[in-house]
Ligand binder design. Sequence first.
Ligand code: ACM
Length: 537
Amino acid sequence: MLLPRPTTATYGHGTFLLDESTRIHASGATAETAHWLQSVLRPATGLPLPLTGQAGTGLTLALDPELPAEGYRLHCGPDGVTITGADSAGVFYGCQTLRQLLPAETYRAAPVPGVAWKIRYGTVQDAPRFRWRGTMLDVARHFMPKPQLLRFIDLLALHRINTLHLHLTDDQGWRVQIMRHPRLTEAGAWRRESQRGAAPDAPGDQRPHGGYYTQDDLREIVAYAAQRHITVVPEIDVPGHSQAAIAAYPELGVSGEQLETGTRWGINSNILNAEESTLTFFYEVLDEVMDLFPAPFVGIGGDECPTEQWDADPRTQELIRQRGLADSAELRSWFLGRLGRHLAQRGRRVFAWDEILEGEAPRDTLVASWRGMTGARTAARRGYDVIACPDDLVYLDYRQSELESEPIPFGVPLTLADAYDFDPVPDGLTETQQARIVGGQANIWTEHMDSPRTVDYYAFPRLCAIAEALWSNADRDFEDFQERLRTHLRRLDALGVEYRRVDGPMPWQTRPGVPGKTSSRVAWAEFIDTLVAPIKT
Ligand code: ACM
């Protein structure tokens, strides 16, 4: 009953029992994972599970570099459980499997009396299909406080997600402390109120919202994630989605007017100006971001950037002429290109949304294809690496069914079965182009998720399905998945995850009277098709 489904699992007769005498054997490169394993098994079992450097009966962690990257082999027999990983990530994932082979009570936080901590004899062989198994969390629209973010990281690790893309800035909030530019969080980390619902005429809720991570918090978050083999990829979204920065420093905007941090959802025409001083400001921001996040990639957004303010602004038009560019669209590519060059000079790669393909994207850009899979195909054909995150399959803010009781129903219905159908590799690519698809990710936009409880509702169990699409081989059997999910939900119950029930929201998960904005799949596909026309090849 493993989830994600492993490559192979065979079971024998008999069980190994964890008891007062059980030890964890680990050394060298496996010692850190052994400490973590001890820390997650102790609370519920109440067992001491001491660590030793010697071989013996019990739980043994070892390395075998011959195994595929991040892969592992788990064997359980009379002498206990041996987990052999290709690398420390593989050992870690083997330990996650070990937890799943134990009773679901394993996931509780205090001793559960009367449970036999038994593991069936058997062998599991496993390795991931993709090396980027991601989830984007939008902490800009609604802030997720640090303790809940750490809990979320644990939930990702449980599902073998290895990349957390943090969407740290947007019109409605700036969530990363920047020492050089303190007003980004002093002014930009909070807004006066939030739009209540998705309808264009939805009223404001008249309640301030805010929060941000200090640099110490972020170092802690990055280190906590790293212990769980998760890379945190930061995103500073420019030159659109930047009103919070402009509210903090009006000189970053086109008009220079004092704006407030955004209170309305949707696409916003208040974008950054393209002055050299604005680029310098963001070089300084990115320098601090690179100090905090060792990830090889840094997100710079590039999405949903309407250029009408640039088109109408004489100074911007002058800059376009001075730089020998044709128009505002070329200026947007130029702006992102300059930031990309700054990152490249410091050994990092650009991560950006698929709009970046509307111009010439910086070399080595990792393109996140979100408007369906057109961006994935085009990027792969042009020789860019790709993360697949097609909105109609992995945007977890989209409603989970056609039920009217779905909270603030938004977008197209994106059911558990739809999410399970996600395949990051689009059709129409040669083998070489297919190799450009380095993985995929779920995207959790939080306009309509005003608390971690609500994030639970939207994320789970669809994220369980997407995790399997990213980890397991391409075979799909939804019935088999649903059966394994039934067992898996007992684990999430033990952890207190407030996932969506199969028949709809609990009464307290509904939002009566708060309007959504829905679309049919057909109408939405037509709309997306018009958006991606410029990047179709
Ligand atoms: C996006 O959904 N604007 C990337």
